[in-house]
Design a protein around this ligand. Structure first.
Ligand code: SAH
Ligand code: SF4
Length: 400
């Protein structure tokens, strides 16, 4: 097979995919841990707790485990935030619960709706940090996707991405991740949760907002397990897509434990270019990334891996790039999502021409892969892919 790469400096041999590397990633994640989900007056937020944790919280105030089931139904099926609304719970217990607990939501500090109906929330969390969430309604059917953030900022600094210009402030907690979806539902009056697979307006989740979800795996996994729980929101794993820039060691875990759909931010088909525009590639090069895709357990012809490819004029949009892309994904259950570059203030790239996008897409399609071009949505309110960013900053570490 022809290797089109020019000779360059030797690359790191193979990415470290051991358990030790996963432990290292998780330890780094912990340094950016969210604050405890508690109000200023000391009440615990019940949103974001696993069922076991909910039982333990109730036990702490002397209540039996079966109450957890009741509460779960009210919180995640009915969408109730007020204990007084929970009519299967006697009044004195409602009052006791309200003394110790809250059912929280992030505060919508700013809500903007685009001329194309896309809606963006700037959510403020209890410690004042902020992240954005976007709802993208389908233009033809009564359904749509909620694009959720997993971190405030991002460590990865991809060159074309606005979020990447904001350093990582902290990870979002499970309560904050689930809370984005629940608050979005509040605003469309989408409670109670539909039973089974009946689509509603907010019918799918894409983890494609701010941050790298696989660098906040534990919180993302907990949040998705809550959202998938059958007695609550009950969203199927088929309706959830996690997008990663290629944190290879965590992709395996994600596939085994969550089984959600996978999207991979590929954006370049040669290591030299990908090293530059997706710097994580220096750690986990294309060959490792593709190998992880090939063994991703939840992929099948019915549930293809999406390869996201941002179209940057004169950078990654040539015919040769398209052909190499086809070679890379050959034999995989894959589709390619071409994303015209969305500019942001000060961004260093231009969007590919329509002719270049069409040519690229044609080559991919002729090789048998679906290759839709993602229509930019919500550009007027900076809600499109790669345009999200907030003012949150990390406090300088104390000198002491
Ligand atoms: N951190 C994850 C999740 C973010 S998903 C990831 O990178 O996959 C957001 C998607 O939009 C990613 O594919 C990202 O690479 C892409 N993107 C980033 N900046 C963009 C821009 N300016 N225009 C179009 N797409 C962009
Ligand atoms: Fe982070 Fe994804 Fe943006 Fe890269 S594209 S900087 S990984 S949010």
């Amino acid at each position: 097979m022809n290797d089109l790469r020019p000779p360059g400096p030797p690359r790191a041999p193979v990415a470290d995919l051991t358990e030790a590397e996963r432990t290292r990633i998780l330890a780094k994640t912990a340094r950016f841990a969210p604050p405890p989900a508690r109000t200023a007056d000391g009440r615990t937020d019940l949103v974001g707790l696993s069922r076991e944790e909910l039982v333990a919280e109730l036990d702490r105030i002397g209540e039996k485990p079966f109450r957890a089931k009741q509460l779960w139904h009210w919180i995640y099926h009915q969408g109730a935030t007020d204990f007084a609304r929970m009519s299967t719970i006697a009044k004195p217990l409602q009052a006791k619960l309200a003394e110790h607990f809250v059912v929280g939501r992030p505060e919508p500090a700013v809500v903007q709706t685009s001329t194309d109906e896309t809606r963006k929330w700037l959510f403020r969390f209890r410690d004042g940090q902020e992240a954005e969430t976007v709802y993208i309604p389908d233009r033809h059917e009564d359904r749509g996707a909620v694009c959720i953030s997993s971190q405030v900022g991002c460590t990865l600094a991809c060159r074309f991405c606005h979020t990447g210009t904001q350093s990582l402030v902290r990870n979002l907690g499970a309560a904050e991740i689930v809370g984005q979806f629940m608050a979005a539902r509040d605003s469309y009056g989408e409670w109670p949760s539909p039973k089974g697979e009946t689509p509603r307006l907010l019918s799918t989740i894409v983890l494609m907002g701010m941050g790298e979800p696989l660098y906040n795996y534990e919180n993302v996994a907990k949040a998705m397990s809550i959202i998938m729980d059958n007695e609550g929101i009950a969203l199927s794993r088929r309706r959830i897509t996690l997008s990663t820039s290629g944190v290879v060691p965590m992709m395996d875990r994600c596939g085994e434990e969550l089984g959600v759909n996978l999207a991979v931010s590929l954006h370049a088909v040669r290591d030299e270019l990908r090293d530059e525009i997706v710097p994580l590639n220096r750690k986990y090069p294309i060959a490792e990334l593709m190998a992880a895709c090939r063994r991703y357990p939840a992929a099948s012809n019915a549930r293809r891996i999406t390869f996201e490819y941002v179209m940057l004029k004169g950078i990654n949009d040539s015919e040769a790039d398209a052909k190499e892309l086809v070679r890379l994904i050959a034999g995989l259950p894959a589709k390619v999502n071409l994303i015209p570059f969305n500019p942001w203030p000060g961004s260093p790239y231009e969007t590919s021409t329509q002719a270049a996008i069409d040519r690229f897409s044609r080559i991919v399609m002729d090789a048998g892969f679906s290759s839709p071009v993602r229509t930019p949505r919500g550009r007027d309110i900076l809600a499109a892919c790669g345009q999200l960013k907030t003012e949150s900053r990390r406090e300088r570490a104390s000198q002491s």
